[in-house]
Design a binder for this molecule. Structure first.
Ligand code: AKG
Ligand code: FE2
Length: 250
């Protein structure tokens, strides 16, 4: 099986050679001797990111989503896909996240982000898989989702994201938010929990552990507590509008 070296612990935020079509992250087993070209993320295929969402999302979980407004799926992807996402997230040329009109308020949100486009490898397959999840929400809950958008996010040590909902006042295009986490071995002492207030007003702390997807109604209030370790994730929104625009994040 192809193995991808996870570089989350070693990569600094400044990346000299960001990933892209000309510079795909390598997929390799360090001990293996590749006499030819080592495989890169070019070898990934859509099927590596196949998830049987219907198996992962039981009726009980759908009921919980309707009742409480959120649910968690663990062990989402097979190891090839997870490792590819981890590798890719470590090589991105991240940009400061913005609020509105290009204003950066790092006391509100400290994440550095990169929107996923077709120029990505693993991230783009991830988005396709999320679209099949959206179709399931449409079939099961008539969610009315038309498309999804996602960005990689990296929270440097000492940063979080203060209380917010994912729809600004008066807007409702974002129906469901989904955040996929990438850090292996995240401990509670690493901070960085996602704190979410459910539809009954109860607070829950969700640890950002690798291969976990939290799905919640975009109108719910939530915050990212200060991270004590570099924290990697993919923030994803399932939207009801039909235009695909790369908008500034909230
Ligand atoms: O990373 C997380 O747990 C949540 C991120 C978030 O709330 C956002 O990007 O809007
Ligand atoms: Fe959010």
């Amino acid at each position: 099986m192809t193995k991808i070296t996870s570089n989350l612990e070693v990569t600094q935020l400044v990346v000299d050679q960001p990933i892209g079509q000309d510079n795909p992250p390598m997929l390799f087993v360090p001990s293996e001797d590749y006499s030819h070209e080592p495989p890169t993320q070019h070898v990934l295929q859509t099927s590596d990111f196949d998830v049987n969402w219907e198996n992962k999302l039981t009726d009980t979980q759908f009921d919980k989503f309707v009742e409480d407004g959120w649910l968690i799926i663990d062990d989402v992807f097979d190891s090839t896909a997870l490792l590819a996402l981890q590798a890719e997230s470590g090589f991105i040329d991240y940009r400061d996240a913005e609020l509105t009109a290009g204003i950066r308020l790092s006391d509100i949100r400290g994440d550095k982000i990169r929107w996923i486009t077709e120029n990505f490898f693993a991230g783009y397959y991830y988005l396709q898989s999320i679209n099949t999840l959206a179709a399931l929400f449409n079939r099961s809950l008539f969610a009315g989702i038309r498309h999804s958008e996602a960005h990689y996010a990296c929270y440097p040590v000492g940063f979080g994201y203060q209380w917010h909902s994912d729809n600004p006042a008066g807007r409702d295009e974002r129906v469901i938010s989904a955040v996929f986490y990438l850090n292996d071995e995240w401990a509670s002492t690493d901070g960085g929990a996602l704190e979410i207030v459910d539809t009954h007003g109860i607070h829950h702390n969700v640890m950002p552990v690798a291969n976990r997807l939290i799905i919640f109604a975009s109108d719910l209030q939530h915050q990212v507590q200060i991270a004590h370790r570099q924290r990697y994730s993919i923030a994803t929104w399932l939207r009801r509008d039909d235009t695909i625009v790369l908008v500034a994040p909230l």
